[in-house]
Design a protein around this ligand. Structure first.
Ligand code: FES
Length: 152
């Protein structure tokens, strides 16, 4: 009789522990929080054609271009060790170890092992530009959205 009582009590305690553990896992998940890599940067008319702007999005610099073909975004994060590259008259240069990139972001000299990354651009339903820093697109063919695509 006593054995049955302790067994039942043990089952109840284990069940309660399981429920508490489940609730704790719901409120404190083991997966680390990672901030979104999607940023709304404004409307197309905020980026005049022919201009290059460098935006700082969550500590990552991004170049935004606007030409007759549309709007483009390219990460300014050097593919060597992650320093922020700077625009020059012939492309981009990394101040940390001297990597040089052409105007399309292709690495032409220095230790950078890969081109600068072009980033996906999309629109929100209200016509704002969204840069997705987690999604890369081919250089030069990136996000050819034009002002006429805007759904304001
Ligand atoms: S971090 Fe850019 S060349 Fe080293």
């Amino acid at each position: 009789m006593l054995l049955i009582l302790f067994t039942g009590l043990g089952a109840v305690i284990l069940s309660v522990f399981g429920v508490v553990r489940g609730v704790a896992a719901f409120w404190f998940p083991a997966a680390p929080y990672e901030p979104s890599k999607r940023n709304k940067i404004g409307r197309p008319q905020d980026f005049p054609k022919g201009e290059t702007r460098m935006l700082s999005l969550d500590k990552e610099n991004v170049f935004v271009f606007h030409d007759d073909e549309g709007i483009y975004a390219m990460s300014a994060k050097c593919t060597h060790l992650g320093c922020a590259v700077q625009e020059t008259s012939t492309g981009f240069i990394c101040p940390c170890h001297g990597s040089v990139f052409d105007p399309d972001g292709k690495n032409v000299s220095g230790p950078a092992p890969a081109p600068l990354r072009w980033l996906e651009i999309a629109y929100t339903p209200d016509g704002r530009i969204v840069i997705n820093r987690a999604k890369f697109v081919p250089a030069g063919t990136a996000s050819k959205l034009t002002v006429s695509d805007e759904r304001a």
